[in-house]
Design a protein around this ligand. Sequence first.
Ligand code: MG
Ligand code: MG
Length: 258
Amino acid sequence: MIVYKTKEEIEIMRESAQILGRAHGEVAKMIAPGIKTIDLDKRAEEFIRDNGGIPSFKGYNGTFPGSLCISVNEQVVHGFPSEYRLQEGDIISVDCGVYYKGFHSDSAYTYAVGEVSEEVKKLLKITKDSLYKGIEKAVLGNRIGDISHAIQSFVEEHSFSVIRELVGHGLGRSLHESPEVPNFGRRGQGPKLKEGMVIAIEPMVNLGKKSVLQEPDGWTIRTSDRKPSAHFEHTVAINNGTCDVLTTFKYIEENYKL
Ligand code: MG
Ligand code: MG
């Protein structure tokens, strides 16, 4: 069942998403070779709690250990913050959620650590651009499949591949609600976008083959061919007929440029 949000609820979600955006900005300031990923997690948690929020991911399903999902290089999503120190040439996906006044927000960004190859730079750029191709289609009267198709066709035009096993989602009082928002699919298919729908659009794009597998930790997803993968995510609302992007990369991009 899709839970539609009132205007008031969307405004609370925007507040949640702004705390999240600023938490991402704090993490962005720290991204550099030599930084331990657990220290990124500590900073994000501290910032979220100092601003009246709760990290959505911490303790998720009773077991997720971090406030951030940290996925490096061939890791796609759901990686654990750890003692690992970032190295020049890594890429790192930082995914974070904030629970505030009863509502969740969710967003992710993938960084290059120092210099990366041209091919990897292109992967990051195309994945981020594909998110905005999806957002362009998230308007009243379209269907979820229009978003999915826009992302898939853009990614595949650039010869990268889209993961099938993981998808975007509705969110609100729960972190994961209906509908699913796949990054692949057909135009005109799936649920209709209606006023008050709030969804997380989150392309996960592989440099190599599309297949992924789960590590024995029960969480971390990595590419089967161990080639790098990128992930960008915004929480958006269908509000006044248009796509209202609630989360923001503004605070990240004040501190980081590819
Ligand atoms: Mg999500
Ligand atoms: Mg996320």
